[in-house]
Design a protein around this ligand. Structure first.
Ligand SMILES: Cc1cc2nc3c(=O)[nH]c(=O)nc-3n(C[C@H](O)[C@H](O)[C@H](O)COP(=O)(O)OP(=O)(O)OC[C@H]3O[C@@H](n4cnc5c(N)ncnc54)[C@H](O)[C@@H]3O)c2cc1C
Length: 390
């Protein structure tokens, strides 16, 4: 088994680091989805003088280690809590904003011809315990209240028509999501931004920022505004880091995919009380399964491969498929999650920060709000993020 990320791209040619003293109206530290899309939405607002500095290479953080399942849902909390906190109207706006972002991303990939193994697939939430079924039913009512199209309950035969696994008898068809190779996706967005004049410096960590000057190892950037989008490195009392592990099998044969009813490559998630699985079929027909537990890990050393997680994934693959299909790749990644119900955005005159959205669509949605707020323009999520800052 290769103990490394399945997406890694040894042929990737990184941009040169920043050397010397530069200026930029907008400087973004961090080249994950949050930083890349902060640049994208600033560009969309007519801003031109934008630079990104990335400590390693673009997409080398959570983004490029993820499963690449881009679904308009929340990791930070259930929709019922969002409704209770912000009211049905604002929660509905939040849901629609995420769906809009999903459409924006799909159109960007298609129109720009970004080669990232993109396709649109169904997303199914699986349940295998009484507790999970009760939670799903509670959420069903909440989601239905803010959008009657959402969601569809799947029982027995209907569920087997989506995903055939003896393990699950109850589920929920949530919506269509985008599936991508997340590293190729990040590299494609970088190329798009550069074509539109954004300067991207790789192997350029932000060391410190003071009074409008960002210090990097071999130079400085004098900037009008600095956006910190450094993922698990962002320091904020409302952020926690989590570990999750992914295993990828060999390519499955056509009969194996047919037996699971996964020839159409539906994506799935199985939320337990304190842990969760998620998965999809990759472009080359491998079963990808992720596992995480809900323990924030400030006190636990981060590891490149979490062995108990891998064992759990092996057991899940056995239960899910009925066979022992060996894993060919496994890796553990980290991501940052806000303790609030939304991404953590801190807005200041000269610097701001964005992180902790938990999912890529939620990160991109937060970046769209951040760009609007920095350009002092209204945004459909003003009610959500302004309240979140109180
Ligand atoms: C294993 C795994 C599976 C996941 N699966 C999914 C999924 O299927 N779908 C989904 O929506 N979400 C998934 N996630 C979560 C998702 O990947 C993250 O929520 C999202 O990518 C966070 O984006 P980000 O830009 O905030 O952070 P990152 O992608 O971590 O970006 C931050 C960047 O900042 C850089 N950086 C750090 N410090 C500095 C500095 N000082 N100067 C300059 N640069 C710096 C880092 O190198 C990094 O590239 C998964 C996460 C993991 C770990």
């Amino acid at each position: 088994m290769h103990e490394r990320c399945f997406w890694s791209d040894p042929g990737y040619e990184a941009n040169d680091p920043l050397i010397g003293n530069r200026r930029a109206r907008w400087l973004i530290a961090g080249g994950g989805v949050a930083g890349l899309f902060a640049a994208y939405f600033l560009l969309k607002r007519g801003e031109r003088d934008i630079a990104i500095i990335e400590k390693n290479t673009v997409g080398s953080g959570s983004t490029g280690h993820s499963a690449g399942m881009l679904v308009a849902d929340l990791e930070t909390g259930p929709w019922s809590a969002v409704i209770a906190n912000y009211g049905a109207e604002a929660a509905g706006a939040y849901m629609r904003a995420q769906e809009e972002v999903q459409r924006t991303v799909a159109a960007l990939i298609e129109n720009e011809g970004i080669a990232c193994d993109f396709s649109l697939r169904d997303f199914v939430l699986l349940n295998d315990s009484e507790w999970a079924i009760r939670r799903t039913m509670r959420e069903f009512a909440a989601r239905h209240a803010i959008d009657p199209r959402h969601p569809t309950i799947l029982e027995e035969e209907e569920l087997q028509n989506e995903i055939r696994s003896g393990e699950f008898s109850f589920g929920e068809y949530v919506e269509r999501g985008l599936t991508v190779n997340p590293l190729k996706f990040a590299h494609g967005i970088k190329a798009y931004l550069m074509r539109h004049g954004v300067r991207v410096y790789e192997h350029t960590p932000l060391l410190s920022y003071r009074d409008g000057v960002a210090y990097v190892p071999h130079g400085t950037v004098s900037c009008g505004h600095c956006i910190h989008a450094s993922g698990t490195w962002l320091r904020d009392a409302k952020l926690r880091n989590y570990m999750t592990t992914i295993g990828v099998t060999r390519p499955l044969s056509t009969p194996e995919l047919a037996a699971l009813n996964l020839a159409d490559k539906d994506m799935f998630e199985d939320d337990g009380k304190r842990s969760y699985h998620y998965g999809k079929i990759t472009a080359d027909n491998r079963l990808l399964v992720g596992y995480g537990d809900v323990l924030g890990v400030p006190d636990v050393p981060m590891v490149s491969l979490h062995t108990p997680h891998v064992e759990n994934i092996r057991r899940f693959v056995r239960r899910f498929t009925g066979h022992d299909i060996p894993l060919e790749y496994a890796w553990t990644g980290q991501y940052s999650l806000s303790t609030g119900l939304t991404a953590q955005i801190v807005l200041g005159e000269r610097e701001s920060s964005i992180g902790g959205a938990g999912t890529q669509i939620a990160s991109i949605t937060a970046a769209s709000y951040l760009a609007a707020a920095l350009c002092r323009e209204p945004h459909p999520l003003d009610a959500i993020f302004e309240r979140g800052r109180e």
